[in-house]
Design a protein. Structure first.
Length: 265
């Protein structure tokens, strides 16, 4: 039986698919997970899709039995590997989400009181208690050591209002610590934005590659172009909703909440 020449597939596909995303700053810490996802996508969905396209183009060169068998083999190849490809993509998204969440937890560990009135009352109580400004500065130092710069800033401000005490470089160190908190929050947002953009591109590539490989939405033979694009958007929305919620990407509660169906069963 004749066979298809597959030497042209693989590396070329990976390079082409990867170029646009590599120009962004996918965290080097999680780059191996991203590489694993895009390599799996290229090797197990895009590759059989390309081979299927070539098979169709050269159909007259092959015996009918071989053509039918090879076509079904390529479709099964993409369909049977899709769950592993999705798993690799979700591993990447989950790792980026965990990294962002870690930074956000650190940044939010010292959140100010939601009730400004309570803060004002504490200020008045401290001023009326006869506590010395030096004691407040000592508490501020301790708060700074405990990674609570907002608390430290509050205590420094109260001590400053008392007067008669040298603040030294404590206010500057508190400001630096507050800047670090803001930077962590900015980093968390940047990581989430990057992960979302990369994942969105991977998911669009995956769904289009499945269609090219003869695997329809829900593995049922496909849908119209307009319907397919709508489902692609809904699928991405569902996954990203789970990502931002810090949950399981296949969690049916997330799917139910977003009203988005799973495209590939």
């Amino acid at each position: 039986m004749p066979d298809l020449d597959t030497t042209q597939y693989g590396a070329r596909t990976i390079r082409r698919m990867d170029t646009a995303i590599k120009t962004r700053s996918t965290m080097s810490k999680h780059r191996p997970l991203y590489d694993k996802a895009i390599n799996a996508l290229a090797d197990h969905i895009v590759k059989p899709g390309q081979m299927l396209r070539d098979l169709e183009a050269k159909r007259e060169q092959y015996p009918e039995t071989f053509y039918d068998q090879e076509r079904q083999r390529l479709i099964r190849w993409a369909r049977d590997h899709d769950s592993a490809v999705m798993g690799a993509m979700n591993d990447y998204l989950g790792a980026m989400g965990a990294e962002a969440n870690k930074l956000r937890v650190q940044a939010d560990a010292d959140r100010p009181a939601a009730d400004r009135t309570a803060e004002m009352m504490e200020r008045q109580q401290l001023l009326a208690s006869g506590v010395r400004a030096g004691d407040l500065l000592a508490q501020a130092e301790a708060a700074l050591e405990a990674d609570r710069p907002r608390r430290a800033a509050f205590l420094v401000d109260v001590a400053r209002s008392m007067g008669g005490v040298a603040l030294g470089d404590l206010p500057n160190r508190v400001d630096d610590a507050l800047d670090e908190v803001d930077e962590k929050r900015s980093q968390a947002r940047a990581i989430e934005d990057e992960a979302e953009e990369n994942y969105r591109e991977l998911e669009v590539l995956r769904l289009r590659a499945l269609a090219a490989a003869g695997v329809g939405l829900n593995h049922d033979g496909g849908a119209g172009t307009g319907t397919q694009e709508a489902l692609v958007r809904a699928n991405i929305a569902r996954k990203l909703a789970a990502f931002h919620a810090g949950g399981d990407f296949s969690d049916p509660k997330v799917e139910e909440a977003t009203g988005a169906p799973s495209l590939v069963s």
